[in-house]
Design a protein. Structure first.
Length: 177
């Protein structure tokens, strides 16, 4: 795994965190217990902070970044991801707030200032525009994303299952080392 200091800040990993050896975690990043960062993912907290909750998985090729404080964006945008979140392959999360128990589909893009409510399912390839507020409990699809329908109890269970599955999978990877 590559953990890199930047500007005097070192990534902080809680107990049970798995970071694949080909992933990069840099700067002001805090990752909660039993979370996982998979191959070729980049978590770059160089110009603002990134906070990842517990039991959250960041899958292969995803990019997590932030926006700096400057004349056009006072304070910039940090990135915060809640607990029990599945971030699919090749997702871009940039300066947003993602609630608890969400599933972000493969190739989705969530931009600066967007807020994703708890128990949201973002479809593969969806684009969440800057500053968009997504009410929790719904399926969001499209470019730009729109609310399609309320999640079923089964889909809510699938989101929880996905997060729990990745905790078990990262434990298997850790044991194999």
């Amino acid at each position: 795994m590559t953990l890199r200091w930047f500007d005097g800040k070192q990534p902080q990993l809680a107990a049970g965190v798995y970071v694949d050896e080909s992933a990069l975690v840099m700067g002001d990043v805090v990752i909660g217990a039993d979370s996982s960062i998979w191959p070729m993912a980049v978590v770059r907290g160089d110009v603002n902070s990134i906070r990842i909750g517990s039991r959250t998985n960041i899958q292969d090729g995803s990019i997590l970044h932030v926006t700096h404080d400057g004349p056009y964006q006072s304070g910039g945008y940090a990135l915060e991801i809640g607990d029990d979140v599945t971030v699919g392959h090749r997702v871009i999360l940039h300066g947003a707030l993602v609630g608890n128990c969400c599933l972000i589909g493969m190739g989705a893009i969530i931009m600066d200032g967007a807020v994703v409510g708890d128990y949201s399912m973002i479809g593969a390839g969806a684009l969440i525009s800057p500053g968009k507020l997504l009410q929790g409990g719904y399926l969001w699809l499209g470019q730009p994303a729109r609310r399609v329908r309320e999640l079923t109890l089964q889909e809510r269970g699938q989101i929880e299952y996905s997060a729990a599955h990745y905790v078990l999978l990262q434990q298997r990877h850790t044991a194999a080392v």
